[in-house]
Design a protein around this ligand. Structure first.
Ligand SMILES: NC(=O)c1ccc[n+]([C@@H]2O[C@H](COP(=O)([O-])OP(=O)(O)OC[C@H]3O[C@@H](n4cnc5c(N)ncnc54)[C@H](O)[C@@H]3O)[C@@H](O)[C@H]2O)c1
Ligand SMILES: [Zn+2]
Ligand SMILES: [Zn+2]
Length: 402
């Protein structure tokens, strides 16, 4: 699956990747998936992609070939590939901050997170929506799948379950906490699961899509439809006026404004102007084609709601993605309410082994949110349906081979 331009992706024949260095491995991908982050690249809200980059940063597969310095894997091993790339040897990787590795990003130690199938500033590294992929520093960037864990379960541990888990950690979820999750996409759904495991007493979920809210309710989350009620007022009302102790932003830069209901009616002309300013900053050029690849019309809305609905002295964990040049955040309100705000790209590798063993023991099943299976030839249609958030298209796994 290759990115050519905003609004333009296609399934192409590309040269097979090869082991280039002693720490590389090549993996034959058996299953991959489409992430909300991939949508930002096609919509134009995460700029800087290099034409020709293979997309995708979620995959499981079988090790095909290893370089001489990869001693913990041999061809034939069943593995999951964590989305972000770390070297395994720098001080950041050793401290578990794989997403801030000093070595993996060819743009230098200050360039930030490296991951598969991302913009120029992240490598770029070819992605995992392909038949084969090259994995650098494979000793660190491959994790063996324990017996009893299915490919589908492991696929959810490549990116979205660790991200959701990390989001709940950033939000400092603890025993008894009331947690509000903004966004009921795949990351938001698994943030509900993660918050529960980390001790949450009550979990609210805010979204505007009925089918996604219903999936969250099936996990016993308390649902709030922002197109029917004001989400900030609803969360405050349901919590005795206090708000949520912890809020997780699982929306990101493609946030939408409410289309109906009291929250829509409360939007002023100044708010609209602010949304437009944020949109122009987030996505100078979009891939929009009618209803397809439409960027969110209110990039800062989820963050504003987060700051408004969290209790005084509460914590916000931001895992929704915002591009590096994006600057809009209600800092004054956050400061005056004594909030703690933590954000970041997930340090996937830090959480993958623990989450796999939890799944192996029956302590969590992330596949309850998997709604669609597509074969690689049907990947464009799957991208389009996931982009339009069609009912029943919450998380799409791509069967590649095997
Ligand atoms: N930090 C990381 O390491 C990391 C890793 C994976 C994904 N992400 C990011 O997490 C976010 C979610 O990913 P996903 O795969 O679940 O994407 P998604 O696009 O399927 O989900 C986003 C959800 O947010 C909802 N939404 C839109 N506007 C909203 C608003 N104002 N308030 C509440 N909900 C709103 C949408 O209806 C949708 O259901 C994306 O920004 C993605 O890039 C981050
Ligand atoms: Zn992702
Ligand atoms: Zn490193």
């Amino acid at each position: 699956m290759v990115w050519h331009d905003v609004g333009k992706i296609s399934l192409d024949e590309v040269p097979d990747p090869a082991v280039r260095g002693p720490e590389d491995a090549v993996v034959r991908i058996t299953a991959s998936a489409i992430c909300g982050t991939d949508l930002h690249f096609v919509r134009g809200t995460m700029p800087g992609m290099e034409p020709g980059t293979v997309l995708g940063h979620e995959a499981v597969g079988i090790v095909e070939e290893t370089g001489p310095n990869v001693r913990n894997f041999v061809p034939g091993d069943r593995v999951v590939i964590p989305s972000t790339i770390g070297c395994g040897r720098c001080s950041y990787c050793r401290a578990g901050y794989y997403a801030q590795c000093d070595v993996a990003n060819p743009n230098g130690p200050s360039a930030g997170t490296s991951f598969y199938g991302g913009p120029r500033s992240t490598g770029p590294f070819d992605g995992l929506q392909a038949e084969y992929a090259r994995v650098p520093y494979a000793h660190t960037n491959l994790v063996a799948i324990p017996p009893g864990v299915t490919d589908e379960q492991a696929l959810m541990v490549s990116d979205i379950l660790p991200t959701a888990w990390f989001g709940a950690r950033l939000a400092e979820v603890g025993t008894g906490d009331t947690v509000a999750v903004l966004g009921a996409g795949p990351v938001g759904q698994l943030a509900v699961l993660s918050a529960r495991i980390q001790g949450a007493g009550r979990v609210f979920v805010v979204d505007g899509h009925a089918d996604r809210l219903e999936t969250a309710r099936l996990q016993n989350a308390e649902t709030v439809d922002f197109n029917a009620e004001d989400p900030v007022e609803a969360v405050r009302d349901f919590t005795g006026g206090i708000g949520a102790d912890r809020v997780i932003d699982a929306v990101g830069v493609d946030a939408e404004s409410p289309a109906s209901g009291p929250a829509a009616e409360a939007i002023t002309r100044e708010d609209r102007r602010e949304f437009e300013r944020e949109q122009a900053q987030a996505a100078p050029r979009t891939g929009q084609d009618g209803a397809q690849w439409r960027p969110g019309d209110a990039p800062g809305e989820a963050l504003r709601w987060a700051v408004d609905m969290v209790a005084k002295a509460g914590t916000i964990g931001i895992v929704g993605v915002y591009p590096p040049h994006y600057t809009s955040f209600p800092l004054g309100l956050a400061m005056n309410r004594n909030l703690t705000v933590k954000a970041g790209n997930c340090n996937h590798r830090r959480y993958v082994p623990g989450l796999l063993s939890r799944i192996a023991k029956g302590g969590a099943d992330p596949t309850t949110i998997l709604t669609q299976q597509a074969r690689l030839p049907g990947v464009i249609e799957a991208y389009e349906a996931f982009d339009r958030r069609e009912p029943g298209w919450t998380k799409v796994a791509l069967e590649v081979s095997g």
